[in-house]
Design a protein around this ligand. Sequence first.
Ligand code: BGC
Length: 778
Amino acid sequence: MKQQGLLISMIMLAQTAFGQSGYDTKAKELVAKMTLEEKASLCSGRDFWSTKPIERLDIPSVFMTDGPHGLRKAVGTDFTNSVPATCFPTAAGLASSWNPALLQEMGVALGEECQANNVQFLLGPGVNMKRSPLGGRNFEYFSEDPVLAGKMAAALINGLQSQGVGASLKHFAANNQEFERLSNNSVVDERTLHEIYLPAFEIAVKEAQPWTVMCSYNKINGVYASENSLLLDSILRKQWGFKGFVVSDWGAVNDRAAGINAGLDLEMPGNGGINDKKIIDAVNSGRISMQRLDEVVTQILAQQLKTHALHKEGATYDKDKHHSLAREVSSECAVLLKNSNNILPIEKKKIALIGNFAKVPRYQGAGSSQVNPTRIANVYDALSKAASVTFAQGYTADATTDDKLIAEAQQEAKNSNVAVVVVGLPDTYESEGFDRSNMDMPEAFNRLIDAVVKVQPNVVVVLMNGSAVAMPWAGKVKGIIECWLGGQAGGEALADILTGKVNPSGKLSETFAVKLEDTPSYLEFPGRNGTTIYGEGIFIGYRYYDKKKVAPLFPFGFGLSYTTFAYSDMDISTAAASDTDKIKVSVKVKNTGKVAGKEVVQLYVQDENKTILRPEKELKHFTKVFLQPGEETTVSFELNYRDFAYYDEKVHEWQTSNGQYNILAGGSSADLPLHTSMKISASHVLYPPLTRNSLLKEFAQHPKGKAMYAKLMENMSSMFGGNSNSTEKLTPAQEDAKKKMQTMMITILNEMPVSKLVSMGGGKFTDQMLDAMLEQVQ
Ligand code: BGC
């Protein structure tokens, strides 16, 4: 795998470092030969999935299609029918593997399938944060944590693009719900946007340079994503160095000319010429400059030329091999949540497999990402090959149950040594296009589990769902496996885990709350009157549960194994460093059990300074390691500036606080046995400029304002401290009361804008005096 990784890196280097500038030059040459009409025509699709060719200039059309976990190429104009393709697990599961190397391999496979089907761009992956477990597309997104989501996306993109197929990182940005998804206004404060909702995109752009980024439908702080120059131009292109083109989500364009000026390049799908005409008119009227249009067309064209140069005519792929890879990926995604008395793996026992999903699995989500799988494996068939299995349907295809189905299930459970109940969420519960209304599984599923538990003490519940569910029965069953939407080979992967052929190694990529009322955005999701206020700010996922001390059902990063791991010997390269230094941290992890297994070593940073409100801890790095029984390895991480920094909206920049930080490591956000403390000195602390409206306390904190503050306070002491020239001797009690009064007055004054000293100073302090003072602190 390592060698393949190296090869991919080399290919990518060749494509980007040496190749990209060649495509840019070629694109520029072609743009110079185009008429205005031809340029405008390249700014939108020819139809739903392809772009327009320009035959006279030998410019070909390119084809783009969904979706993140498999190829969904529609057959002709029939949207309900797509070519067969390998359906891998969806992103919720993929992130739970915490295995970027595996995602890179999956990306390669996706690229091969795209090449075989003459597809130049695959529309994914999606890295939006899971703000609420109710988000309808949570199954398609990786995580509630930006580092995990960003790293997984970067790996997938690198794999895909190594095959000459472009990724489309989506949906940029703050697109975290389906309710009114084409129009809602996500109101997100600047710090939250930078610390939570943007970094996954940033990591993927910086580490994988996707050939396209897809802007979302929604508005962000009042401006449509498709015409948001702050996001598309200042941040994406200028700050992060994005080199590809921005494509609209399908139908996300609002004002086409505004979009061109803001940084939106390609409009999809085709608009029948309507918006192309608007571009032409805008150039003619001067609203769009020709130079800007040339930039847009060059950006689109350069990537298109690249995909064409890298197109592999007549390419094929090995369906069996890809199915096997899907099985491996799926088995790494599954998270073992409970395993009392080591009920799993099930060895040489009679198993009652209960639940319709055991034969007709839920393995992917609905909407644009829906793949037509090359085959579908179910756990009943797969497990029957390895164990003695009986089956009871338990519930109907539309998730209802009746006394007869319950009685049959109980009968099978009684006649076996262990009952495995396969439930989760039906298709109709979660989909692109609408959000869930609660966290519950269908009533029939909970009822079935309760009934089986009554007759069989050994019950394992298997979940097939795209987002967290409530588990009122969690305390009553011995085993729980979260399989997510495991793709076409999910049934086989599950059988491998149940029998112990594969040791589970997934860790939760999102927190499972006990109940919906405990979730961070409970009061604000999905908003009202066209507006969604991200009121919980930076406290989403485990950042919220940690801070509020709300115990989750299962914490972020948690997952059991059939073996055990011990952590020891945390080592740090320095106990005191500048925030610009690279700091090395290493830990030892040992497999202390009897079987081989994989462990995800997670590293979190905790700011001990308490100078600003921060999460208790934040994930910064992780690595997955494979260890034989008794084997020990050392895992190393390198910490950098951003691992300590927070986004300071007052100066619109990342900053660090001077002082103590803790570095924590372990196998779950809730179990971090190793920690060490270190001191960081901030290399550059930025302060907002001092103005008439700055508060007095801001002068006190500002290096240039301190002296002015002291002077002002001295002058004001007579106002609140009595006459300092008074010779009257105070008793100790009077002294004490005076001091308390002074402290109180300072506290009150500190909250005042300095300009109030003029308006409330009774004429003693004038505007001229204030201006003169302010001049000195600039
Ligand atoms: C979805 C995108 C998808 C596009 C094309 C949109 O409705 O939001 O994720 O890529 O359709 O199918």
